[in-house]
Design a protein around this ligand. Structure first.
Ligand code: AMP
Length: 280
């Protein structure tokens, strides 16, 4: 695996690859890699001829300084995992390399960046759009792979490439889970053992939604059930739970036939904020 830290050197290498007519897949990450990230590398390797992964903890997408400071960083382990996975190129730039001057760009994704994580983490998606657009400019991949765990992020990135008139194909990949169903996340390593056990309630509750809907429960009954279950213990603090139209991300209050839904949750377990979702 080739490792680049400088934009110019990566671009020079990728220009040569592109002149050979090879297709490039791109997997942006913030490191502290787990099998969920590696699943994206594997999907990219199947669908393209050269896979570029980036590891960059992007400061502009953190609205909470403490969250940025404690974000896990495990570069040596990450490099080993990527080598074993057969990743071709790793780009690990410094903050100065990516932001030689403050990025003052303001993106507007209309409704999409005002809801859910957009309203609970002000500025978060603007930071995501800043860094993803910079990476897309540098790498100019044919395809870019994102995890559906960050469902709203995928919707925002799809909107971003439309706004950029970019031909990059955005591929949404399935959520990788631990054996108890908890969605894999770099943040899981920050949970104490008690919090880690308690966190399994998140997939447990999401998995109740489909049977409840089949039992003809209404949207508000599902919401009440989930909110009340989380109120039972002080360790949980719910940020949001909503059921949305899977295509538009508009919240629904009633189910109808032939609509695809997604239920999205963001919940603190102790001090750690976890997100998850289920499509149905
Ligand atoms: P992050 O390092 O958390 O920014 O994640 C980098 C990419 O990996 C994003 O596209 C995430 O959606 C994706 N990802 C994170 N966790 C998972 C998971 N459990 N399953 C699949 N993809 C994931």
């Amino acid at each position: 695996m080739l490792i680049f830290t400088k934009i110019g050197e990566l671009k020079g290498f990728l220009d040569r690859i592109k002149s050979e007519g090879k297709t490039i897949g791109f997997v942006p990450t913030m490191g502290a890699l787990h099998s969920g990230h590696i699943s994206l590398i594997e999907i990219s390797k199947k669908g393209t001829e050269l896979t570029v992964c980036s590891i960059f903890v992007n400061p502009t997408q953190f609205n909470d300084k403490n969250d940025l400071a404690r974000y896990p960083r495990t570069p040596e382990k990450d490099i080993k995992m990527l080598e074993i996975a057969g990743c071709d190129v790793l780009f690990m730039p410094s903050v100065d390399e990516m932001y030689p001057q403050p990025d003052l760009r303001k993106f507007d994704f209309g409704y999409l960046d005002k809801i859910l994580d957009g309203s609970h983490r002000p500025g978060h998606f603007n930071g995501v759009a800043q860094i993803v657009s910079k990476f897309f400019d540098i790498v100019q991949p044919h395809k870019a792979f994102f995890g559906s765990k960050d469902y709203q992020q995928v919707a925002i990135v799809k909107e971003l490439v439309k706004q950029m008139n970019s031909p990059i194909e955005i591929i949404a990949c399935p959520i990788s889970r631990e054996s108890d169903g908890l969605a894999m996340s770099s943040r899981n390593t920050l949970l104490s053992s008690e919090e880690r056990k308690a966190a399994s309630i998140i997939p447990e509750l999401l998995n109740k939604i489909i049977p409840m809907k089949e039992d003809k429960c209404e949207v508000h009954e599902i919401r009440e059930y989930i909110i009340n279950r989380l109120k039972e213990k002080d360790i949980y603090k719910l940020d949001y739970f909503v059921i949305c139209d899977a295509k538009t991300l508009k919240e629904v209050s009633k189910f109808s036939e032939a609509t695809q839904y997604v239920a999205l949750i963001a919940c603190f377990v102790g001090k750690i904020r976890l997100i998850d979702n289920i499509s149905f």
